[in-house]
Design a protein around this ligand. Structure first.
Ligand code: MG
Length: 215
């Protein structure tokens, strides 16, 4: 029976599980970035989530949901450089700010979390959906939970929908040209290659959904 709510302790375990999932995909993420960038995306993601894992492991047992998210965002940003470090750091910290005072993550908190993450990416990166960035996957996940029919609203189901939507959106970025960031200078050469940041976000969502199904 999957969990229907995520406690702060669960969230810490989920972030460690995400760190493992990202670590397994390091080479794949580097290869995606190598096709349209400098090939270090997998390294950055692994290093960032290793810092998150170390940070959440050291938190006090009384830590709240927003505390876990805020500390994780600061850890990711502090351990990594470049645009993706700032973006993922801001996403986690914005989610922490939006969920201040909440005791667990249920369906409505998941909506708030993904919505705050989309707002953080959209305002930080100047990108719009369709620009071949991480925003494409975040937007798809946010839309998937925002439009879940009332009868289908459970946390495992909504996370599963968010994971599928993010995965599809990430793969769909292969057909897009980049309009912002370094890859925008490559024009048609980026066609056929998915955006590494969007793929990373889909891996994060997939790991979250998987953890919830299995625990
Ligand atoms: Mg790179």
């Amino acid at each position: 029976m999957p969990k229907l709510n995520i406690t702060p302790a669960d969230l810490r375990r989920i972030l460690c599980f995400v760190a493992e999932a990202i670590g397994k995909e390091e080479a794949y993420l580097n290869s995606l970035d190598g096709a349209i960038g400098d090939g270090d995306h997998g390294i950055t993601m692994r290093v960032g989530f290793e810092a998150v894992k170390a940070t959440v492991g050291a938190l006090d047992a009384s830590v709240t949901i927003d505390g876990v998210l805020t500390e994780s965002g600061a850890a990711f940003m502090g351990a990594t450089g470049g645009a993706i470090g700032v973006l993922l750091g801001r996403m986690l910290m914005s989610a922490g700010a939006a969920l201040q005072g909440c005791k667990e993550i249920g369906t409505s908190e998941l909506r708030v979390l993904l919505n705050s993450m989309e707002t953080a990416v959209a305002s930080a990166g100047k990108a719009k959906p369709g620009d071949k960035t991480i925003l494409d996957a975040v937007h798809a996940a946010n839309q998937a939970v925002a439009t879940t029919a009332e009868a289908d609203q459970s946390l495992p189901n909504m996370l599963s929908r968010a994971s599928l939507a993010a995965g599809t959106a990430a793969q769909n970025t292969a057909g897009m040209r980049a309009r912002v960031g370094r890859a925008s200078r490559l024009g048609d050469r980026v066609l056929g290659h998915p955006d590494p940041g969007a793929v990373s976000f889909s891996i994060i969502m997939r790991a979250m959904a998987q953890w919830l199904e299995e625990n």
